[in-house]
Structure formats: C-alpha cells, structure tokens
Design a binder for this molecule. Structure first.
Ligand SMILES: *Cc1c(COP(=O)(O)O)cnc(C)c1O
Length: 430
C-alpha cells in the first residue's frame, strides 16, 4: 500500500497543539497518521502500524469501515443534526429501541451525551439528584480503588488513580474507596462495602465491571461483583456500571454486565458505541430512576444537556456499529481472538518474569515482575512503548503491565505479529 508523503505533520503539530496526558517538555513528538484501514494505520512517512489497542479501545470493526462510513454519509446528507430539546429524530428513536433489546432488561431509559466522562457525570448527577428530589440526604459516592471513570469533575472524583486527580482534590464530589475484589480480596471488598452502604450516606456505587481498563486491565470475577451489587440494593445505593471500555463485545459478551446474575441501576456507554467514529455517549437507567425526576414540579427535572445531545450522525454510526457487532462473523471473531489470547498466555507464562497473565474476551494482559516499583508513565514503560512503536505495533503499557485489546477484525496473521513483537520485547528488554 503506497501512501502519499505528507511530511511535516509532526513538526507543525508542536506549534499550536496540546495533547492528552502529555508532558510536552519531555514527551516524544507525536506520530503523524495519514491513513487507517482495518487494524492498520500508516504514518506520514509510509510506516505501517498494527493498532493493537483499537485506538484507546474505541475501534472494534476496523479503521475506515465502509459500512459505518456509508451510514454516516447517508445520515449527513439527510439530517446531519437537529437540537434534541423539544425535538426528536429517527436515528435516536431506533437506536434506543435496538439498545433496549440488548441491554440488561432493567435498563429502559437513556440519556445522550458526548463522551465517557459525561456519561459518568450524568450518572452521578442523576444518583445525587434522585435523593435530593426525594428530600433524602445522600451526597457521597462509592468507587473502587484504582478506578478510572474520566476527566470531568465528578468522573475525576470517582477515579482513583491519584496523579490524574491530585491537583483538584479540594473541589471534588466526596468519594470513598472500596477495595477491588481481585482474587484473595473478595471478603475485604465485601466487608468494606457492607459497612459503608449501611450508613445511608451514599447515593451510588460506580465501578468498571470485571475489568479496570486504565488501571492496566485489572480483572475480577462476576460473582464478586454480584455480591457487592446485592449489598448496594439492600441499602438503597444505586449501582452504576461504567461500561465505557467493556461495552460492545470486549469481554466476549455484549456487555460485561451480561456475566452477572444481578443488574445495575445505570450503565455508561461510549468508546466503541459509535464504532470508533463520532464522539457520543449514553447513560442508561431503570424506570425507577427516571420516575424520581417525573413530576409536576419543573425543579425536579434533570437540568443537564449538551448542544450535540443525540446527534443523528452519531446515532447512525452507532446503529451501523450494532449491525456489525451482532453478525455471526463478528461473534466468530470474538471467539477466535479469545482462543488465540489463551494460547499466547499459556506460552508466555513460562517466562520466569511474566506474572498475572489474564484474559477476558478480546482483552489480554500480563505483568512483568520488576525489582522497583514501576510508575504508570515511568522509564521501563517508555522503553517498552518505544520498542513496540519501532516494531510497528501500537501498544501502551501501563507501568509494568502489557495489554492487548485489538480490533475484532484483526487477522490471525497480524495478531501473531503482535504476539511476536511482545515476545521479542520480553526477550530483549526484560
Ligand atoms: C475512557 C473511559 C472513560 C472516559 O471516557 P472519555 O470518552 O475519555 O471521556 C470513562 N470510563 C471508563 C471505564 C473509560 O475507560
């Protein structure tokens, strides 16, 4: 594949642009990407990369997917946008109908916003205002340690990765931490939530179901989460499943909550929702939550909204993405990648420094045993990252954790190349 040489993006970028999670003084210059197709990306010099993290977990069906692009084009040329205050449109109505078919049966209402953080923001505001409307004083939130729920204020408050949030400590919603029920910690986690929930001070418990993405794909069992949710239900603490990362097939089922025997009160969806194209998010609710705002008194309404709420083009992209997700072909891809991951970890687990190898759906992760404490964006992590980039594979290790979360359409050949580069990194760097 030949790519026109459009030199200069990297240099021109630094004149005006400010990048996410980047210390510009010390970071390497960004790579100028000019094309994406399937699981591949090309930079301005024609170098090819395998997108082994689906561009931050958003892209399940491949870059520049024609089915999705056609749906977007069709929508853009019939109704690109209309305000959602006082108006509605077919893409939003149909999307709500399709989602209700695949969501846990308790989820009946949905509210649109623009990204994962706003989906969380809406969920937390709804929990707090529900109790405010009822005249009950519940102003605190429960969340896991090392959680990540986004970067707006309420989402940041719920996030437990300290260097993301340290500068804003004094200005946040009050959040109390619950230990993650990873193997061996289940009892401690359950005891903590029992004690806290029983105080009646908490409006909600927010969690990343089964996999904590930004913490480095930390995994725990459905049974453990079931138990925590049951306690919350007993004490009137609403449960918020933040499926922004896990949603739409990543865990092998459509939602991570599909592994549970109990259902959450709210769910947050974004990232893969629009097949990796247009920023959009949805928070879903039970009827009970909606009814907490349904009143003759206008003050009890949810006074939240965004200019582009339920953008028809975003909805059209989401509908096209759902069509792809529900095909037999895509289900076969999920099974295929999961089986490959399991074979791969069986192999690397033999390495003396590889520990905690784990797989759920298309997500695989393992840790490299280190002498020192590896920081999130530390030197060791950077060495690994640079090695992967030099070898044409996009992976973003978290400290000493390496994870792979490829687009579902990745071929066996490309997936094998990703594994080979990871093995090489273990041999050469560790
Ligand atoms: C990425 C992520 C968010 C934040 O989404 P943005 O679109 O980046 O605001 C929230 N929750 C989880 C679990 C995420 O992975």
């Amino acid at each position: 594949m030949s790519i026109k040489n459009t030199k200069g993006l990297t240099e021109r970028d630094s004149k005006h642009l400010w990048h996410p999670y980047t210390q510009h003084k010390t970071a390497a210059k960004p790579i100028g990407i000019v094309k994406g197709e399937g699981a591949l990306l090309w930079d301005e010099n024609g170098k090819e990369y395998i997108d082994a993290i689906a561009s931050w977990w958003v892209n399940p069906y491949g870059h520049s997917n024609k089915h999705v692009a056609d749906a977007i084009y069709k929508q853009l040329t019939s109704l690109e946008h209309v305000l959602f205050g006082g108006f509605t449109h077919e893409p939003a109505v149909v999307l709500s109908e399709k989602l209700v078919e695949i969501l846990p049966s308790s989820q009946k209402k949905m509210f649109f916003s623009d990204n994962g953080s706003t989906a969380v923001e809406v969920a937390i505001k709804v929990a707090l205002q529900y109790y405010f409307n009822k005249g009950e004083k519940r102003t605190k939130i429960l969340a896991f340690e090392e959680a990540f729920h986004g970067d707006t204020f309420a989402a940041m408050a719920a996030s437990g990765i300290s260097f993301f949030t340290e500068a804003f400590k004094g200005s946040l919603v009050e959040v109390v931490r619950v230990p993650v029920p990873v193997k061996g910690e289940e009892e401690k986690s359950l005891a903590t939530i029992k004690k806290l929930a029983a105080t009646g001070e908490y409006a909600a418990f927010i969690f990343e179901p089964l996999v904590q993405g930004a913490a480095g794909m930390v995994m725990y069992e459905p049974q453990a989460l079931d138990n925590l949710i049951k306690v919350c239900k007993e004490y009137g603490v609403f449960t918020i499943a933040d499926e922004v990362m896990t949603g739409f097939g990543k865990t092998g089922k459509i939602f991570a909550c599909d592994y549970l025997t109990v259902e959450p009160d709210m769910m947050c969806l974004s990232k893969a929702l629009t097949a990796g194209t247009i920023p959009m998010a949805i928070t879903t609710f039970t009827e009970e939550l909606f009814e907490g705002f349904y009143d003759d008194d206008i003050n009890k309404a949810l006074f939240h909204g965004h200019t582009f709420t339920a953008n028809p083009t975003g909805c059209a992209a989401a509908l096209a993405g759902l069509e792809l997700l529900l095909t037999d072909e895509m289900k076969a891809n999920l099974t295929r990648i999961n089986a490959s991951h399991l074979d791969f970890i069986a192999e690397i687990e033999k390495h003396p420094r590889v520990i905690n190898a784990r797989v759920l759906g298309v997500i695989m992760a393992f840790e490299i045993e280190r002498d020192g404490n590896e920081s999130y964006y530390g030197d060791f992590r950077n060495k690994l990252y640079n090695f992967f980039i030099e070898n044409g594979v996009i992976l973003r290790p978290v400290g000493n954790i390496i994870y792979i979360l490829p687009p579902y359409i990745i071929s066996n050949e490309l997936l094998t190349k990703v594994y080979d580069v990871v093995k090489q990194a273990i041999d050469e760097i560790v």
